[in-house]
Design a protein around this ligand. Sequence first.
Ligand code: SAH
Length: 251
Amino acid sequence: MPATPAWPPKSAPRLFVENPLALGATVVIEGNPAHYLARVMRVSAGDAVVLCDNLTGEYAARVTDAGKRDVTLEVAEHLRPREDVPDVWLCPALLKKDRFDLVLEKATELGAARIQPVITRRCVADKLNLERARTITTEAAEQCARTALPELSEPAKLEALLRDWPEDRRLFFADEEGGGAAADEFVYHEGPAAILIGPEGGFDDAERAAIRAHPAARPVSLGPRILRGETAAIAALSVWMAESGDWLVTE
Ligand code: SAH
């Protein structure tokens, strides 16, 4: 007996939607996502689309109408719950746009629970187009078949970040001037954590002193070579995931 083809097909397009999903619900996709479905993926009635709501998980939906401006679907099957991600925040200082785009994309893929951009004295950029940044994280998650998006916050000035820091969350501070070996610092850490990365020009002395004076802060080294901010963000998150995140494969 030939196996019935899997539904939805692996090739089904994936989209995150704003509103919570439920079985049997009718969903209307508009704007760019609708253009992507109708014009790029050329869906038509009966086709499958995988929808995620970053809350209750991932569903298979069937297109009921593919119009010029919007696509209507019916939610048919609940596929997976929203995945858990390790409770680690990435606090990257703003970088030049294309480099910060890379940080947003890679932090999403690597599973950061939250991205809290930071503004420091030597930042080249001092603002972030949050809607554009949200699109980057959403597309990264869609492309990697994720069911969770990182929280994404408005940039915070370093002083305010330190002033309002949650006392139960360790703030690992990637200091190019030295600190504990990241793997050692991360592996013995239990509980909520965050990783702070400086801008292209690094932290200035006053900032470094203020961070080091914070009770939740722990300086960590990412090795003997100076890394660019985007490299340091990716490397630090990777070491975190390996040492304290969910890369610990249990046989
Ligand atoms: N321009 C500075 C370096 C800034 S690199 C200089 O030449 O000294 C940008 C950020 O990446 C730093 O602020 C730090 O947070 C992180 N970083 C880069 N290399 C690092 C290392 N070897 N150890 C720890 N953090 C590092």
